[in-house]
Structures are given as structure tokens and as C-alpha cells.
Design a protein around this ligand. Structure first.
Ligand code: ADP
Ligand code: ASP
Ligand code: MG
Length: 413
């Protein structure tokens, strides 16, 4: 008998029929003799709808109230899920984050899980119940309701699997696994059987929304076996596993893009020590993550400084950066939302050479200008004009994944 955490995403619980279909997956595991803990997202479209309503009242809604509002989406879904299981004779009970409890820090709308109390869930399991836990939400130690950022139910599920030492965390979604690129953009994308945590971490942080990044961090830290699979089919999906289990370390495992970023440029910044620290420290203090930093060559004692932040953080970042720009005597702050980040990721990149050159060559061949570049040991990202996103992703996928004649590892291409 195993302990399985099954997480169902928004589409998988998008209607009463779909909840019924999801409940069948739970029942099947239960009938096979396993203990099951369910984590559910809000029904598809609910979170977006709630955010839109809040934004009609305040363009930047009060974060505490926004969390209070958004948590209702998951609360609705878990109650419907529990009723559906009860109707077919199973003992099920729904639990909000605060009832588990899942304790988070107090950073509203992007809270981090600090601790999960497993006593209640274990007691329910011992009595034969199926606990249905609300994804995406938690509670601070002071009793305030928080949410974990968009896509946060993945993180609830993996963190819960880690806390319960579950044998597997199954992520049921609307694709049948993790692909070499978003199958909605690249029809030729291939399903990946096994992907390393490190690779999935990069893909998730660079736009592949199939898994929220923090869920992969938890998986990697606590060794949770994650199986991403379809809620509509029965076949095996993709496994996220430790690097040692990956036999073939290809230079490019996947291609991904993100058009959820905004580029800021602080124009004519005095080229002095401490200026960059001032800008980025203030953003860090406001819990805003920064990427793709570029500083131009100094001319007459001034430089331009560019960086990207996520679209959701952009209004807040704008306020902060404009204030600092004034303080440090910079000329102005420009904001460009028409950018996209495209990235290639693969463990084999560590020992390969020629990969960056090939990437830039492909973009150049399609007349796509590169505005900024950033790299890690196992990925290369380029910031480009947003209108070329799909073209770039397809071209890179074709060259690095579909064209099997290219092998970068050590062949000096
Ligand atoms: P859920 O609501 O189940 O959490 P999401 O919409 O958050 O589902 O994530 C699934 C979606 O992720 C897919 O529909 C797909 O379009 C997208 N996606 C992006 N990149 C990838 C990838 N590399 N492999 C699979 N799906 C991807
Ligand atoms: N309902 C939340 C969202 O739409 C969390 C999730 O689905 O994972 O972002
Ligand atoms: Mg998701």
C-alpha cells in the first residue's frame, strides 16, 4: 500500500463532469488499496475572474484582501470534489489551507510555505478518509490567509507529499506530460519520459507553466517523485527525478518562452559605485525578483541600466525605480512590455560547446534582434521582441531537438 498525493489542476476540475472524472482517478487508487490525499486547484477561469473583479476596484488590489478573495476559488472546488466522492460512497473531507494547517510567511499573493502540520491529515487517513486539500493557499502564524502565487497548487501538492513522505506526487493536468516545448506553440514537441529536477527548475522558472517553480524546488530538496500526467488519459506521463537517474544528458532538453516580463531601462545613470546596489536592493526588499540585467558601456560618466521583472511586479517596480532614479539623478525610466524571454535548457550544456553560438545564429537567420542575454550552467536565455516569440521557439526547437544530426556534446560544433 502506497501513499499517493494526487493534484488536479484547474482544467481537470473545470466542470462538475470533470470533477467526476477526477474523482474516478482517486477512487481507482483507493480501490487499489492506496491511501490518497487530493490537492485541488480552483475551477478553470475562476482565479482569473476573481483577479479581474478586484482590479476593477483597485488597479493594484490590496494584497491581503486579494488573498482572501482568491482563496475562495479553491475552497469552492474542494467542497464540490468532496461531495462528488461522497456521492459514490467514499469517505472524503475537504480542508482549507488553514485547517490543515499549511503555515506560510506573510508575503501576501506570493507566500512561501514554512511548515505543514500533518497530524490532522494522518488521522483522517487512518480513519479511511480521503482528505481533499485546497491548493494555492495557506495561513500565517497570525491566522491571515495567504496564497502562493499563480500555479501555486503544484507547490501545495509537492510540499504536502514531502511532509507526508508520500511515495509519489501525481500532477494531473491538461497535457499528458512534460514536453520539449509547450505543445500549444510547437506541434512537433515530444513528450519527455524523465527529466531532472534541475532541468525542470530552469524550464519552470523560464515560462513552462506546467509546474510552478517552487513545487520543483520542494521536489528536489525532499526527493519527492513527481509524475506529471493527463487527467483525461490513463497512460504514463513524465517523471521528474534526480539527475543520477537520467542516462542521456542532452545539451538541449527543452525550449521555453515567457512573455510575462517587462523590461525597465534607467537612462543616464551616474556610473558610480553603489548605484546598482541601490536600485536592486530596493527591489529585493520589496520581494521583486529581477532578471536579465544589462549595463551599457559608460559614456561621459553615465550608463544605461536595463533589467526585467515579471509583469505582475511591474507596477510596483515602476514606483520604486522611478523614485530611486530621481534620487540618484538618472535622466528617466523607460518601461517596455513588448519583450519576451526565450530559453534553451539541458544538463548536457555543462560539457558542450557551440550551443550559444548556434542559438544566436538561428535567431539572426530569422532576423530576430537580441536585447539581452543571461545564462546559467544549463541554460541560455535571450530577450527579444515579443512579436517573434512563437517563431523563435519553433525555430530553436527545430534546430536543437527535431534535427537529430546535431550533437553538441564534445563534438566541437
Ligand atoms: P493546470 O491547470 O493543470 O495546473 P497549467 O495550465 O498550469 O495546468 O499547466 C499546463 C499547461 O502548461 C499546458 O496546457 C501547456 O500548454 C503548458 N506548458 C508549457 N510548457 C510546457 C511543456 N514544456 N510541457 C507541457 N506543457 C507545457
Ligand atoms: N488557482 C490558482 C491559479 O490559477 C492556483 C493553481 O491553479 O495552481 O493560479
Ligand atoms: Mg498549473
Amino acid at each position: 500500500m502506497a501513499l499517493i498525493v494526487q493534484k488536479f489542476g484547474g482544467t481537470s476540475v473545470g466542470s462538475l463532469e470533470r470533477i467526476e472524472n477526477a474523482a474516478k482517478k482517486v477512487a481507482k487508487a483507493k480501490e487499489a488499496g492506496h491511501d490518497v490525499v487530493v490537492v485541488s486547484s480552483a475551477m478553470a477561469g475562476t482565479t482569473d475572474r476573481l483577479i479581474n473583479m478586484a482590479k476593477q476596484i483597485q488597479p493594484v488590489p490590496n494584497p491581503r484582501e486579494l488573498d482572501m478573495l482568491l482563496a475562495t476559488g479553491e475552497q469552492q472546488a474542494i467542497a464540490l470534489f468532496a461531495m462528488t466522492l461522497q456521492k459514490t460512497g467514499y469517505k472524503a473531507v475537504s480542508l482549507c489551507g488553514w485547517q490543515v494547517p499549511i503555515i506560510t510567511d506573510d508575503v501576501h499573493t506570493k507566500a512561501r510555505i514554512k511548515e505543514i502540520h500533518t497530524k490532522k491529515i494522518k488521522e483522517l487517513l487512518a480513519k479511511g478518509y480521503i482528505p481533499i486539500v485546497a491548493g494555492f493557499q495557506g495561513v500565517t502564524k497570525d491566522g491571515e490567509i495567504t496564497t502562493l502565487g499563480r500555479g501555486g497548487s503544484d507547490t501545495s501538492a509537492v510540499a504536502l507529499a514531502a511532509a507526508l513522505k508520500a511515495d509519489v506526487c501525481e500532477i494531473y493536468t491538461d497535457v499528458d506530460g512534460i514536453y520539449t516545448a509547450d505543445p500549444r506553440i510547437v506541434p512537433n514537441a515530444r513528450k519527455i519520459k524523465k527529466i531532472a529536477y534541475e532541468e525542470m527548475l530552469e524550464l519552470a522558472s523560464l515560462g513552462a507553466k506546467v509546474m510552478q517553480i517552487r513545487s520543483v524546488e520542494f521536489g528536489s530538496k525532499y526527493g519527492v517523485r513527481i509524475h506529471v500526467r493527463s487527467s483525461f488519459k490513463d497512460e504514463e506521463g513524465s517523471w521528474i527525478v534526480p539527475e543520477e537517474e537520467i542516462m542521456e544528458k542532452v545539451a538541449v532538453r527543452g525550449v521555453t518562452s515567457s512573455d510575462k516580463e517587462v523590461q525597465f531601462t534607467v537612462v543616464k545613470v551616474p556610473d558610480q559605485p553603489g548605484i546598482a546596489a541601490k536600485i536592486f536592493k530596493a527591489l529585493g526588499d520589496a520581494h521583486i525578483a529581477v532578471d536579465m540585467i544589462v549595463q551599457t558601456v559608460s559614456v561621459d560618466g553615465y550608463t544605461d541600466m536595463s533589467f526585467t521583472v515579471s509583469e505582475t511586479d511591474a507596477p510596483h517596480a515602476k514606483e520604486i525605480v522611478e523614485k530611486i532614479a530621481k534620487d540618484i539623478g538618472a535622466e528617466k525610466v523607460l518601461m517596455d512590455p513588448n519583450v519576451a524571454k526565450i530559453s534553451i535548457v539541458g544538463l548536457g550544456m555543462r560539457s558542450a560547446y557551440g550551443v550559444a553560438g548556434k542559438m544566436f545564429e538561428i535567431l539572426a537567420k530569422h532576423n530576430i534582434n537580441i536585447k539581452a542575454i543571461s545564462t546559467s550552467e544549463i541554460r541560455i536565455s535571450c530577450l527579444i521582441d515579443r512579436k517573434y516569440t512563437e517563431l523563435a521557439v519553433r525555430a530553436l526547437h527545430e534546430a536543437f531537438i527535431e534535427d537529430e544530426s546535431i550533437n553538441f556534446v564534445g563534438n566541437g560544433t
